[in-house]
Write a protein that binds this ligand. Sequence first.
Ligand code: AMP
Length: 387
Amino acid sequence: VSLPETGPPLIGVLGGGQLGRMLALAGIPMGLRFRFLEPGQDSPVRGVGEVVRARWDDPDALRRFCDGLDVVTYEFENVPVGVVGQISEWGRVSPPSRALAAAQDRLSEKELFRRLGVQTAPFLPVGTRDELVEAVRTLDFPSVLKTRQMGYDGKGQRFLRGHEDVASAWEALGDHPLMLEGFIAFERELSVIGVRGQDGTVAFYPVSVNEHREGILRTTRAPSPGVSPQRQDEAERIAASLLHELDYVGVLAVELFDTADGLLANEMAPRVHNSGHWTQDGAVTSQFENHLRAVLGLPLGSVAPRGWSAMVNLIGSLPDQRAILAVPGCHLHLYDKEPRAGRKLGHVNVVADTPEALKERLERLLAIVEGEAESLVPQAAQASQSP
Ligand code: AMP
């Protein structure tokens, strides 16, 4: 399939969050148009395309959404698989719904990794309290109890340090299908973003080094001088085996734990990913543009880095934008969202010609972003003291 001869291509996107917004911002210069299916109000995609606001299971809305689309993709990985199956009867959906189904269930995701020979933390399914006790006996402490579904940004999981944590973890999560994982004392968290075109061509961005805070991605660095060519190869082999196995088309992200014994896969996201946002300013072709090229059957663009990059997420409140833009190499990306605690409101990409210059710029940037976060604390304290 290639670009239609008549009219600009219309891309349907399931979900209307910031990832959808950034897909559109990458596609509009290529002459693409976008339509989003999004249940929520005031989503970040208003202004970058047409929005069909409806529940996922509203058949009329689904038909309206699909009418005249050239291809359907998603930016939200918890779209019900049944909805994607229904849409596939009417037209082409990329990435394949199999990838979505695997990513929606942590257990089947880890089983898929294992089947492909990809190392993971040891894990066991947990359906009952007795199974939890049994799993704890096998995997021991520390371990991590996770819901199989709907977990993201560290939600739906409890760390078990000892027997005293078991009852409260079961209390909190026991209503859901669960799994227990052995705790991995990783050195750092990495991710690899791969893309596969319709002709089977694959490409991989330089591995990102990620730092999380309270379960939410805080900063990403890529390329990183600390990532050896061996680690890059290892990460690419993991992503490549998933891309081929799933007959995947589009961008796929795999989150990894770097350990003394090699890389372990923690989870995958069948979509563009927060740890790939640096590619907007720090790679020849961004992950968003490459995803669109892939799903439209167009040639992929170069994934080569342009210098050394980092990304800092703006979470909860927006810092002084003028100060940020005064730091050389910084680019601001805002999502048009109302500030709220723990909410991703935007990110800043910073690019430099050398790792040393990047370090200096990133330190300046973080001082501005963190300074803002700190300045909120006294305000909150004052508010709570006032009558
Ligand atoms: P997840 O929701 O699986 O991405 O987990 C969120 C975060 O929890 C990860 O980014 C890790 O920092 C941490 N984590 C998850 N699973 C494990 C594990 N088995 N061992 C150690 N840390 C983990």
